[in-house]
Design a protein around this ligand. Sequence first.
Ligand SMILES: [Zn+2]
Length: 355
Amino acid sequence: MSAGEEKGERNTGVNRTLILAHGQNWQERYFNLRKMLEVLNLEQVDFCLAADLKLLNLLLGLSNHGGTHACLYCTGTLKNATEAGQTRTFATILQQHQAYLDAVKEDHKTAQSQFHNCVRSCLYPITNPEATILSAIPPPQLHIFIGAVNKLFNLVKMLMVHYGRFEEFDKWCSTNSITRRGYDTNQLDGNNCRAFMKSVDKLKTAKLKGKDEPPEAENLLPPSPSCLLILDTLQALQSVVKGTMSHVLASSYKQDIGRYAELRAQLPPLVKSECGSGVTYSWKEHILIVHLESWLDDHQIGLASVSEQASESVHHFHEVRSWSHYKVPEGHSKFMQRVTASVVKFSSLNTGFTT
Ligand SMILES: [Zn+2]
């Protein structure tokens, strides 16, 4: 298959993605994943995995992200989120899991955290046990981006509530087409994260009563050092996103990540002193701050080349471009036949062939 590398035609994009399998109502669970991998025979092909953090932990046999050591790349904790723990390799995961099984035989109440949360058999098709996880699985671009932006967005929201300006802020978001949507309405999805990040300058100068107010009118942003620091952090994050998450890696990527990490680290004490609330780190922020740079050092390309964005978009584009024409209700006598036809149609369009 040949494809230009222009936007919309990249081999890594949704327009070139082929669907290999379609599962109806399959939940993201360990058992289902194991069943799927049993028939894929991934050992026989070269591949690069692109998935969200939940799926990656399932695949490696790690517990979910409520666990003490839930980073797939190291054994660090969220208490010291800006520091790396011991580097995980496939061998350390296998050893820790065996040790966990042995300990559970003696005492079924053994804490998972004692064995770095390696609670199930690793499902990843391992070819080199000594390889680090980071060398085998790239940081999931879309999800760490969404996680880092949402953390800052939610902090702005919290301060707006604290200063009694949430309603006005919510109106400003609507006016600027920034909408919380999806299964968790407190979160911005990828497009809305981009919209919010691009609107930081506008937010800095927005007026409390709306855009038609004179320059001397009161600003929407409260007189809050925390708010200003959050917006500065967001602008630093924007440089990281631009420089590391597109196809080309910016030469300033180390400084960009360093600047973001430095500003982000100043937030917890400042917010605490201003409104008494604690600010924690998420695992996505930990990966961005602690592991992204090492991956970029080794690969010298932007994360877009290995992003899970395309496979996430397939759900939507398959529905729009193909399934909407073939759709029949589940339980219909021709349901499976229609699903197959729809998947073949979608993949054929993406190869340039038509059925
Ligand atoms: Zn880590």
